[in-house]
Design a protein around this ligand. Structure first.
Ligand code: ADP
Length: 403
């Protein structure tokens, strides 16, 4: 089955065309600067075992035009990976917020779209852009089944004492303020990959997704998310590329009352100017690591803080799970940053967690699950490359087969 996976942002759209029968990526790409000058589509394809790339620099006033270019690229005479758009059975859309309504992948009906729209106040940046992607895909691939895969769905198993905040009940019942959690597709994918790799059907794991945005999840022996570090929104928990992670809310009141900062400025500081960027001047761990090796104290402090926050959550989630079998590192830094994993596992031997520093270096950039703990470590430490697009394609194809 050929599934087109779409991740639509307000001015960009990532796509992958996946053949689910043999798990191959036929083509993938990125349409960027949609609605802005200088827009383009960067397209990569694989045909008869060879890969190629094409860049189309063209005005993309909206997502419909982006789909038009993408369809041309997929069916283009020279490098076609499919004969016509009708070859695509289903389009899988990454939808950021499914609220409490969606704990499973859904075929998109007018009611599902209405619900995604009704959830816009909970995800004002993402859900509108995701919906634009859905509506453009409906126009362009009218024969394909449109399916929504929600980032929040995996965390709908959180127990009430975990997902509620200790504030008056009305804020939950009337205003829907609770922990939702994000990156669910990635946490679920790497957990299942680790379960297969370790041949452990009752795996208790802590999944550690470290990208530009980062989160950790405690997954119990039944594969249920029972706690996660992002909450109502994407700002709490770990130190991230540009986001602060956990911060005492009193700091915000102080910024308003004593520093006279307007709310928009505070939002900007905490979302876009904090984390690694605020501490070390770059949101990219590669830059910060380069400065670390030159002996820069800010870069060192950044890794100390970044790693320490992860260790705190490891401790918390070991308590939540009553012990753990495996730590699973994934995404940009989890898969590629030796320093991050080293700081994240430092001084945890009292908890039975011991990283093998040599394996940590040797197995960096792994393209399949690998183990990096010492022989003495009671807890396995794994690097598992994430593949959210594949997880989406898999869920979409399973749903289409059932319906
Ligand atoms: P996103 O959250 O945007 O999907 P990714 O999972 O791709 O992000 O992670 C991006 C981040 O991963 C980069 O900003 C960078 O900090 C980090 N990263 C990627 N490659 C490396 C590397 N080789 N070494 C250290 N960090 C890396």
């Amino acid at each position: 089955m050929q599934i087109l996976v779409i991740n639509a942002g307000s001015s960009s759209m990532k796509y992958q065309l996946i053949e689910t029968d043999d798990k191959t990526v036929l083509a993938k790409g990125l349409a960027e600067r949609i609605g802005i000058a200088g827009s383009r589509v960067k397209h990569q394809f694989t045909k008869n075992g060879t890969t190629g790339e094409k860049i189309v620099e063209q005005n993309l006033p909206d997502h419909n035009v982006a789909f038009e270019i993408i369809t041309q690229l997929l069916t283009d005479k020279e490098n076609a990976v499919i004969a016509s758009p009708e070859a695509i059975t289903a389009v899988g859309h990454r939808i950021v917020h499914g609220g409490e309504k969606f704990s499973e992948t859904q075929v998109i009906t007018p009611e599902v779209k209405d619900t995604i729209r009704a959830l816009i106040p909970l995800a004002p940046l993402h859900n509108p852009a995701n919906l634009i992607g859905v509506e453009a895909a409906e126009k362009f691939f009218p024969n394909a089944v449109q399916v929504a895969v929600f980032d929040t769905a995996f965390h709908q198993t959180l127990p009430e004492h975990v997902f509620r905040y200790a504030i008056p009940e009305k804020f939950y019942t009337e205003d829907k303020i609770r922990v939702y959690g994000f990156h669910g597709t990635s946490h679920k994918y790497v957990y299942n990959e680790a379960k297969k790799y370790l041949k452990n059907d009752k795996l208790k794991a802590i999944t550690i997704h470290l990208g530009n945005g980062s989160s950790m999840t405690a997954v119990d022996e039944n594969g249920n998310s029972i706690d996660t570090s992002l909450g109502f929104g994407p700002l709490c928990g770990l130190v991230m590329g540009t986001r602060s992670g956990d911060i005492d809310p009193s700091v915000i009141f102080h910024m308003i009352e004593e520093l006279d900062m307007p709310l928009e400025k505070i939002k900007n500081v905490l979302n876009k100017e904090s984390g690694m960027l605020g501490l070390a001047g770059s949101s990219d761990a590669r830059d910060v690591a380069a400065r670390y090796y030159e002996g820069d104290r800010n870069a060192e402090l950044t890794f100390e803080m970044y790693g320490y926050r992860i260790r705190k959550y490891i401790g918390a989630y070991m308590a939540a799970l009553n012990g753990v079998d495996a730590l699973i590192f994934t995404a940009g830094l989890g898969e590629n940053s030796v320093l991050t994993r080293s700081y994240a596992c430092k001084n945890l031997n009292g908890l039975g967690i011991e990283l093998d520093e040599q394996l940590n270096i040797e197995k960096n950039h792994a393209d399949a699950p690998v183990e990096i703990q010492t022989a003495n470590s009671k807890v396995k430490i794994l690097i598992v490359p994430t593949n959210e697009e594949w997880q989406i394609a898999k869920e979409v194809s399973e749903l289409v087969k059932q319906s």
